[in-house]
Design a protein around this ligand. Structure first.
Ligand code: GLU
Length: 507
């Protein structure tokens, strides 16, 4: 059996979008599941589209996710270089091979000639412009129509030319895709695609096929947007007489409403990130935060991305990287596009935050809390974390979520306080403060028992007293156990806050 080797082959045209992360992740999972290799190759032959800094952010994003290549631009490897711009001479050599065996030809048509020809054909043919293919190549300026003498003269004059693939319309193009099953294309609909540009740079098609072959890629896992290029790739494998890799085209990431492909603009409009890690636009200096900067746990993010388009066939949703490697299969990748759902990403994060240890959470908020209040000690912070750990979606929310426990209450829910307040409870309040004063406050349980006893003695309902106490002590109706809160707040502060009742009722 051939060794499983997959690759992620981004073009450095900007930051790593979550769609790209998923392609890299699935390629990585598939390789690791089968004990194979995962490569990172940079496809930077389209220099006009290259954006400075992209390569760094791609590396940084993959590193953050734990998707570490076995071979690639940083790791090196037996097939180095892994940056296509450094492999120019290799592509030229293979393009020449195709020329020599009649599978490709030279084309001297200038860009302007082609543009004018297309426009004319569109005008003559109800807006449908001609394709450079088997039926039109005979009208064009290429090595199939020109004499050898003319070709030699054009070359001597340094007339720019490209190398085009000679697509035979009767050639049968079909392949089995691991996600979309059998895919067929009609070759007569395919154009004679440019393989090598006039500047000597290969196009994506030539470089991609040559590299996948030389780098011994067994499975090409990529986004559905590349499916339209695959028939040309299949024809290239045939022209070289090489075995084509197995293909798997992943479904698109869709906008939350399912209407169209997810873009950065959707993220800006709806307020969620679409990049993995932060990117600074080198031209405008604009910084766009990624999931990492928005406070996502890396494992939660990876889990979320993995589930956008795949499941293991059960209801299970939580998978760490190791479990993903164990359970992943391309057969279970969905055919339909995956709708992006930011609430689900937050849910994953919440699940992972809940699995963090107390120490990790203390560590996450310790510096900021002690900076805000130098008198907070480790014991307090640890208790604080215990109280609030299940009430947050992100680690960074810990500091603020219970701020009333270490600083003054900024805002009171006065409406609810006034609604819940019963004047018959006035004596209870006095007695409750006496209870606190006389109690050594050893456990929340004890405070709870004593409080409930007192409520009963006063023949009042819990539903009236507990909300009033909660608002007096915390300002809001939300929060963890009120008895735990009293314990952590301490008796002095609790009593002091309860004494504000009349003032608050009259404000
Ligand atoms: N360079 C292409 C990209 O930017 C690679 C497509 C492929 O994986 O073949 O996504």
């Amino acid at each position: 059996m051939t060794r499983v080797r997959t690759r992620f082959a981004p073009s450095p045209t900007g930051p790593l979008h979550i769609g790209g992360v998923r392609t890299a992740l699935y390629s990585y999972l598939f390789a690791k599941k089968h004990g194979g290799d995962f490569l990172l190759r940079i496809e930077d032959t389209d220099t006009a589209r290259t954006v400075k800094g992209s390569e760094d952010v791609i590396n940084e994003s993959l590193n953050w996710c734990g998707i570490i290549p076995d071979e690639g631009i940083t790791q090196g490897g037996p097939h180095a270089p892994y940056r296509q711009s450094e492999r120019k001479s290799i592509y030229l050599q293979y393009a020449e091979q195709l020329l020599n065996n009649g599978k490709a030809y030279l084309a001297f048509d200038s860009e302007e000639d082609i543009k004018a020809w297309r426009e004319k054909s569109a005008a003559d043919n109800k807006g449908i412009s001609a394709a450079y293919n088997y039926s039109t190549r005979s009208q064009m300026k290429n090595s199939l129509t020109l004499s050898e003498k003319d070709i030699a003269r054009l070359k001597e004059d340094k007339t720019p030319y490209v190398i085009r693939l000679k697509v035979d319309p009767s050639d049968h193009v079909s392949f089995h895709d691991m996600i979309r099953d059998d895919v067929r294309f009609d070759s007569s609909q395919l154009d004679d695609r440019v393989l090598l540009k006039s500047d000597g740079m290969p196009t994506y098609h030539l470089a991609n096929v040559v590299d996948d072959h030389l780098m011994e890629i067994s499975h090409v896992i990529r986004g559905e947007e590349w499916l339209a290029s695959t028939p040309h790739h299949i024809l290239l494998y045939k022209a070289f007489d090489w075995k084509a890799p197995v293909f798997a085209h992943l479904p698109l990431f869709l906008k939350p409403d399912g209407k169209g492909k997810l873009s950065k603009r959707d993220g800006d409009r709806l307020g969620f990130p679409v990049f993995c890690t932060q990117f600074k636009n080198p031209d405008t200096g604009e910084i766009t935060e990624g999931f990492r900067e928005k406070g996502f746990e890396r494992d939660a993010f990876v889990n979320f991305i993995a589930m956008l388009g795949w499941n293991d066939g059960t209801e299970r949703e939580l998978f760490d990287m190791k479990a993903l490697i164990d359970h992943f299969s391309l057969e279970r990748v969905h055919k339909a596009g995956a709708k992006f759902n930011f609430e689900k990403a937050v849910w994953f994060n919440q699940q992972y935050v809940r699995h963090l240890s107390n120490e990790e959470l203390v560590h996450a908020c310790y510096d900021e809390l002690t900076k805000l209040h130098s008198n907070l000690d480790k014991h307090f912070i640890s208790k604080y974390v215990e109280l609030f750990r299940d009430r947050i979606d992100f680690k960074y929310e810990l500091v603020k979520v219970g701020s009333y426990l270490y600083s003054d209450i900024e805002q009171y829910d006065l409406d609810t306080l006034k609604k819940k307040w019963k004047p018959e409870a006035e004596n209870f309040m006095l007695n409750f403060n006496e209870l606190l004063a006389s109690n050594s406050l050893v456990s929340a349980n004890e405070i709870e028992i004593e409080t409930k006893k007192l409520i009963e003695q006063h023949q009042l309902g819990m539903g009236n007293i507990l909300p009033v106490l909660r608002i007096l002590l915390t300002g809001t109706m939300k929060g963890p156990s009120i008895f735990e809160t009293i314990l952590l707040l301490g008796k002095d502060k609790s009593m002091e806050r309860i004494k504000k009742l009349n003032y608050l009722l009259n404000s």
